[in-house]
Design a protein around this ligand. Sequence first.
Ligand code: F2R
Ligand code: MG
Ligand code: MG
Length: 357
Amino acid sequence: MNSKFRGTLLGVLIGDCCGAVFEGEVLDAGQKFVLRKFINKLEGVSFTAPRQKYTDDTAMTKSVARCLLKYDEKSYQKNLAVDFVKEYCSSTTSRGYGDGVQRLLVTLRKEKFEDLLGPARNQFNGTGSFGNGAAMRISPVSLYCVNKSDDFLFDLVGKTSEITHANVIGINGAILQALAIREVLKLESDDLDVNNYVTNLLESFKKIEKGEDEFGIHEQKFYTEQLEGMRKLLNKEILPSDEEVVNILGHSVNALYSVPTAIYCFLRNVNLLKGNREKLFRSTLEYAICLGGDTDTIASMACSLVGAFTGDSIIAKNLIKHCESSEEIIELSDKLYEIVFSEIFKKDLHLNDEKMN
Ligand code: F2R
Ligand code: MG
Ligand code: MG
């Protein structure tokens, strides 16, 4: 499990660092070749350039991990808002934050965090952000909730998301990514039944999206439909082309058109590399970036899923070494593992004590 914790957060970092170079592009055959050579170079021993920089995806994930380490129900959200702002302001390099979220972090700071959720609700003329920023940073919540109830996870995802994302699409994208990671973290073997896995996510989303709005009109089944589309793509006899995948699932900054895409990238490669798990990380990384569009975020979310599934042992050591702050990411993973499992250990001891008495 310690290795799975490391794999999850290293997946975020490496997908982000490698994908950031191609963010916003549509890759033709030539660029796909450049991408392959670029990752080969990062995996090699002779890489001498400065380490590959991470972007907002990792910056915000680090904040979430740090605040979970000192989790307290009452102060968590304020601590997180302050940490987001500190991380944003302390960076000496551009981390490619979304335009809306940058304005929001400046407002939070200017207003001294008096209203934690108001600025997010006011974003985009009061509709709130549907960007994938809440989903891209959610993996530490999956780690923290590995043995907790669904309700606890939903609540913590909500608290972690709503500081910046008030639109239901943005928040539900984070719920989907959090559930998707937690489900693979909990697997004890490296055998993943892809059909079952998608069915479980679909069942969860049918419940989440069954609500009605204030007029009694049934809410649209946004993620449920995307998950159905993903299942169809996964079950196709002929492997779908990159264009077909992007047409059906999308590759934009909108959470609805990127979270299901990231999960698809992971599952497609699980299916393809059944007897060859060693190649799963590299192959998913390259495939997610090949789809173009929001490459750092889609690769980051997809690789986080691979890391949660296999652990960090299949990630090339040089690739880890050549990404900025990988030591810090490993330290955060290990600390999260320690607090999550010391809590469980304490609970077990307490139960044993009760039995003895
Ligand atoms: N923003 C980027 N990349 C492009 C900019 C890079 C820049 N040029 C640079 O290199 O410095 N990447 C990062 O942003 C995505 C996560 O975004 P997040 O945190 O959700 O931010 P935001 O601002 O809330 O939303 C992003 C954009 O989505 C559109 N949008 C969201 N909600 C909307 C709504 N209700 N109505 C209309 N548009 C909405 C806006 O265009 C937002 O700017 C990740 O890709 C991360 O890597
Ligand atoms: Mg980014
Ligand atoms: Mg991005």
